[in-house]
Design a protein around this ligand. Structure first.
Ligand code: 8X3
Length: 263
């Protein structure tokens, strides 16, 4: 029996959306450490260029910075279609950009929050995927890693549209696998549960105290733990496709279904 070493495959060009968030930075660091060329996509020119500089300095890898808002379809198309030649053959796309906004019950929550979540978590994700796929298919090489969520499987009060967007990401990932038979392109959906990041600050719109309470008095996972799962999937030999990984802190588990009781 032969044993294949970990990291038997290293993606050469890795494109990461939401690159300056906690997950994005953790992914960028791990792939840069493996020697991959990195394409960073973020909204803030300042944050993207600072991260690019840090990666170049620490890991001596080529980094290309793309600055656009994920909801700007035209800017996205221009940036991806105009990638410099030495970054153009993306072989790992990490669709990481995404967010949760609000935790109010459906009848009272903000419709614009719903629209933003759908625009970023779903519409932008499919647009980015569609831009990158033809090149991967022509090269018969590529991997799309979507960052889903346990929320795509397990609903919770106030999760409403956020949960629905992540269910979309799960099914889109699985459906892509059907379409991509014969192309050698891999697709994986990584589905983290509660992870201590800026996620809750964003969800609670800057309410630091509410965000802090989500992670208090327990043992949390961090972005680097999710990066571990992403790197594992991406560095398996190309014959090995991980469809889904659902992960959560050991301290998080399931509650029972609830029943409405009448007085
Ligand atoms: C994050 C997981 O449960 O906080 O996607 O919505 S949860």
């Amino acid at each position: 029996m032969t044993y294949e070493k970990p990291y038997s495959y290293v993606p050469q060009i890795v494109l990461i959306t939401g690159a300056t968030g906690d997950f994005g930075r953790a992914f960028a660091e791990r792939f840069a450490a493996l020697g991959s060329r990195i394409i960073l996509v973020g909204r803030s020119a300042d944050k993207v260029s600072k991260l690019a500089e840090a990666l170049v300095k620490t890991y001596s890898v080529p980094v290309h910075a793309c600055v656009f808002d994920m909801t700007d379809k035209q800017a996205m198309a221009e940036a991806i279609n105009g990638l410099p030649q030495d970054f153009a053959s993306v072989d790992l796309l990490i669709n990481n950009a995404g967010l949760a906004l609000g935790l109010d019950p459906a009848p009272s929550c903000d419709l614009e929050d719903w629209e933003t979540m759908i625009a970023v978590n779903n519409t932008a994700l499919v647009q980015m995927t569609r831009l990158v796929l033809p090149g991967m298919a022509a090269r018969k090489r590529g991997h799309i890693i979507n960052i889903g969520s346990t929320a795509g499987t397990y609903p919770y009060p106030g999760g409403n549209v956020y949960c629905a967007t992540k269910a979309f990401v799960k099914q889109f990932s699985l459906s892509l696998r059907s379409d991509l038979k014969g192309t050698k392109i891999r697709v994986s959906n990584i589905e983290p549960g509660m992870i201590e990041t800026q996620f809750s600050q964003v969800r609670f719109k800057g309410d630091a105290e509410k965000a802090r309470q989500v992670y208090e008095n327990t043992e949390n996972l961090g972005a680097e733990d999710v990066a571990e799962a992403v790197v594992w999937c991406a560095t398996l030999p190309p014959k090995f496709n991980v469809n889904r990984i659902e992960l959560m802190p050991t301290t998080q588990s399931f509650g029972s279904l609830v029943v409405e009781r009448f007085d």
